[in-house]
Design a protein around this ligand. Structure first.
Ligand code: ACO
Length: 421
C-alpha cells in the first residue's frame, strides 16, 4: 500500500497526490489543487501546525515522552531543572553542564525591586494570583533591554534563564501579596523546588520537608511540557510575530488560566467540595450524564486512555499525605473515579482522569489555596513554552501564524445613514 494520499477536486477533475509521513500529509496538496481553497478545521482538531522534536504523546495508549524519555522514568529519577535542560537542549546534561545550568538558574532568581514594590502594589489586595502572574510575566520583559533581541542566541539564552529562574519568585510573590504577607527573597543555597516552597511558606523557623520538596519537583516534571496544547499554541502563535518571549509567555499563561485548560485542577477541588461526601457521588454522576455540568479533571482532547501523569500524581499523593495527613476530599475523588470508570457514559466517550484530577488534592494538602493551582502549573510549563518558542524560531518552515476563515456573514450591502434606519 503506498504511503500517499490522492485528493481529487470534483469541480475540475484535478488530482494531487502527496506523501503521508508519520500520519501527516502536507496541506500544500490543497493549495496545489486550488490556491483559493481552505480546510475548515475549528479548534485545529485535524491540524499539525509544526514539526516538533520535543514531546511525544500517544493519547490512545497513554504514552508521554520528553525528548524520547518516558515520563515515568523522568518523574522517578530526574529533577525538574534537569528536565528543563532536556526540553530546551534536546539531551540530558552531563554533570558539568547540569552544575552550570543549576548555578545559572539559581543566580537569576531575584526580581527587580521595582517589580515587587511598584508593580505588584498596584494590584487590588485580593487579586487572583494567576492574573497577577500573567501580568508580571509580561511586565518582566520591560526590565531587560535584550528582551526583544530574539535573533541573538546569547540574549535568547539569557531571557530563557530569567524566565525559568524568576517564575517561582513571581508565583510566591503573587501568593504572599494576596495574603498581605511580606515577600521572602530567594535562597540560592536551596534546590529549585525547595526555594519555591521556602519563598511561599517561610515564616520564622520554617524548614522545607524533603518529601514535599521531592513531590513538588515531580509535579513540576509532570507539568513541564505537553506538546501543542492551548497554552503552548498561544506561545507559538504570539512568538511567530517575533514578540519578546515575556509577552509570548504571558499569552501562554493566559491560555492556561482558562478552566478548560490549566484552571481545571481548581475546578476539580471546587467540584469535590460541592459534592461534599462519597455518598453523593452517584447522584452527581447522574447529573453530569444528564448534561448538567462536566466531571472536571476527566477527559482530554488527546488522551483517550488513563493520562500517565494522573497515575504518577495519584501515587505521589499518598507520599504527600504521609506528611500532611490525608486530604478528606481524596475519598470523594476515589469514589468518583471508581463510579466513572465503570459507567458506560464515560467508557464509551473514553473519558479518564487527566493530570488535574489528583494534583489539586496534593496542592491543597500542601497548603496551597485553590487560586494558586494554575500558577503552580505555569511555573514548570514555562520551560516547555520556551523550548517550543526556541524550536519555532529555529524552524525555517515557520512564518507568522495566520489561519484563514470561512466567511459566513452577509454579502455586500449599502450603508444607510442613521436617521434613515
Ligand atoms: N464530563 C462529562 N462529559 C464529558 C467530559 C467531562 N469531563 N469531557 C467530555 N465529555 C463528553 C462531552 O459532553 C461529549 O459528549 P457528547 O459526544 O455526548 O456530546 C464528549 O465527551 C466529547 O467531549 P468534547 O467536549 O467534544 O471533547 P474535547 O476534546 O473538546 O474536550 C476537554 C476536552 C475540554 C478536556 C473536556 O474533556 C473537558 O471539558 N474536561 C473537563 C475539564 C478538564 O478536566 N480539563 C483539563 C484538561 S487537561 C489540561 O488541559 C491540562
Amino acid at each position: 500500500m503506498p504511503d500517499t494520499i490522492t485528493i481529487t477536486d470534483d469541480r475540475t477533475g484535478k488530482t494531487v497526490t502527496v506523501p503521508i509521513e508519520g500520519g501527516v500529509f502536507p496541506s500544500s496538496a490543497i493549495r496545489e489543487l486550488d490556491p483559493s481553497l481552505f480546510v475548515y478545521d475549528p479548534a485545529y482538531m485535524s491540524t499539525a501546525a509544526c514539526r516538533s522534536e520535543i514531546t511525544y504523546l500517544d493519547g490512545a495508549n497513554g504514552v508521554l515522552r520528553y525528548r524520547g524519555y518516558p515520563i515515568e522514568q523522568l518523574a522517578g529519577q530526574s529533577t525538574f531543572l534537569e528536565v528543563a535542560y532536556l526540553l530546551l537542549h534536546g539531551e540530558l546534561p552531563t554533570a558539568e553542564q547540569y552544575d552550570q545550568w543549576n548555578h545559572e538558574v539559581t543566580h537569576h532568581t531575584f526580581i527587580h525591586e521595582n517589580m515587587r514594590k511598584r508593580f505588584v502594589d498596584g494590584f487590588h489586595y485580593d487579586a487572583h494570583p494567576m492574573g497577577l502572574f500573567v501580568s508580571a510575566i509580561a511586565a518582566l520583559g520591560t526590565f531587560y533591554d535584550g528582551a526583544k533581541d530574539i535573533e541573538n542566541p546569547e540574549s535568547r539564552h539569557k531571557q530563557i534563564l530569567r524566565l525559568i529562574a524568576k517564575t517561582p519568585t513571581i508565583a510566591a510573590m503573587s501568593y504572599r501579596f494576596s495574603q498581605g504577607l511580606p515577600f521572602n527573597y530567594p535562597s540560592n543555597d536551596l534546590s529549585y523546588p525547595a526555594n519555591f516552597l521556602n519563598m511561599m511558606w517561610k515564616i520564622g523557623d520554617y524548614e522545607v520537608d524533603p518529601v514535599l520538596e521531592r513531590a513538588m519537583d515531580i509535579l513540576f516534571i509532570l507539568h513541564a511540557d505537553h506538546e501543542q496544547n492551548c497554552g503552548t499554541t498561544a506561545m507559538r502563535v504570539v512568538g511567530s510575530s517575533h514578540a519578546d518571549p515575556y509577552s509570548a509567555a504571558a499569552a501562554a499563561a493566559s491560555a492556561l488560566y482558562g478552566p478548560l485548560h490549566g484552571g481545571a485542577n481548581e475546578a476539580v477541588v471546587r467540584m469535590l467540595n460541592e459534592i461534599g461526601s462519597a455518598d453523593n457521588v452517584p447522584a452527581f454522576i447522574e447529573s453530569v450524564k444528564a448534561g448538567e455540568g462536566r466531571l472536571m479533571g476527566f477527559g482530554h482532547r488527546v488522551y483517550k486512555n488513563y493520562d500517565p501523569r494522573a497515575k504518577i500524581i495519584k501515587e505521589t499523593a499518598y507520599d504527600v499525605f504521609e506528611v500532611t495527613g490525608k486530604n478528606p476530599l481524596l475519598d470523594i475523588a476515589l469514589a468518583l473515579e471508581e463510579v466513572a470508570l465503570s459507567d458506560s457514559y464515560f467508557i464509551d466517550r473514553k473519558l479518564y482522569p487527566n493530570v488535574d484530577f489528583y494534583s489539586g488534592l496534593i496542592y491543597q494538602a500542601m497548603g496551597f489555596p485553590v487560586e494558586m493551582f494554575t500558577v503552580l502549573f505555569a511555573i514548570p510549563r514555562t520551560a516547555g513554552w520556551l523550548a517550543h518558542w526556541q524550536e519555532l524560531l529555529n524552524d525555517p518552515e515557520q512564518r507568522i501564524s495566520r489561519p484563514r476563515q470561512w466567511y459566513v456573514g452577509v454579502d455586500e450591502r449599502q450603508y444607510v445613514p442613521i436617521d434613515s434606519r
